[in-house]
Design a protein around this ligand. Structure first.
Ligand SMILES: [Zn+2]
Length: 110
């Protein structure tokens, strides 16, 4: 079965982590506006439960216990309407936005 995960991208701030308002990803203005960045499928490895733990003697055994699983990630960015409007017409801003998002996503999956 395929799994879905939604990841919210926002800048660190004093706002409550589970709140609706976060600083805009680009200009830091408080916003509740959400923009879809991209959806991608990743393969993740989850550990399989085993009953006989005494068998864990070699690396090969450990490796075999990792089960690949496809996970569909959806990345949502907190971005104010103003920046959102500017991005399509401002190449430098678009580049800044994309590289920031990619850096954030890389840090999540490290
Ligand atoms: Zn903004």
């Amino acid at each position: 079965m395929k799994r879905f995960k939604t990841v919210y991208l926002y800048r660190d701030s004093d706002f409550p982590e589970r709140g609706w308002i976060h600083p805009c990803f680009l200009c830091l203005a408080p916003t509740g506006n959400l923009v879809h960045y991209k959806t991608e499928e990743r393969t993740e490895y989850s550990k399989k439960k085993i009953n006989n733990s005494n068998n864990l003697t070699s690396f090969t055994n450990i490796k075999n216990l990792l089960v690949p699983k496809k996970v569909r990630y959806e990345y949502i960015v907190y971005m104010c309407r103003c920046c959102n409007k500017k991005i399509p017409t401002t190449p430098e801003l678009k580049l800044k936005f994309t590289s920031r998002c990619e850096r954030y996503i890389r840090s999540i999956h490290r």
